[in-house]
Unconditional design. Sequence first.
Length: 174
Amino acid sequence: IKLVDMTNYKGGERINMLSGRRALRDYIAKQDNAKAIGSMLCEKENEIAKSVEKLKEEHVALKGKVMELEQQLLKYKAEAVDVSGGGVCVFDSGLSGNGPREMMNILLERGAKICAVFAGTDEAGYRYVIGSRSEDVRPICKKLNGQFEGRGGGKPEMVQGSLKGIKADIEAAL
């Protein structure tokens, strides 16, 4: 008999157990997994938890480093964009997550009047963020959404959404 799990249930405890061949198969499967993990980590089976914890810490540290490097790269990309014309339109397929919004904020801080940042491709569609510190950008959003099967909205100073279209057509519409 092998007790596998225990959970709170309706004020009591629910115990899951295996017996006979099922318990033996479960033990063998878990033992095989422990051996395989130990082999991958070059550790003994009874020390794999320490190794996994160490890997987890390394992963968190590397993730933080990657985020820091992405921020630096974003700043360098933003510095390369000319903001002297007032209106700025940037297409970058490498942006993800908060990248488009952060790029827009950097460009607005550098002096752009209205900034539109598009992340994606012609085939997959684009996510966009449009912002301004002095203009209402909602009419731009409404126009793009109507023209390119878009969805999105926001406040007068910033809108975001997604649309389907070709880069050249989107630039022409802006």
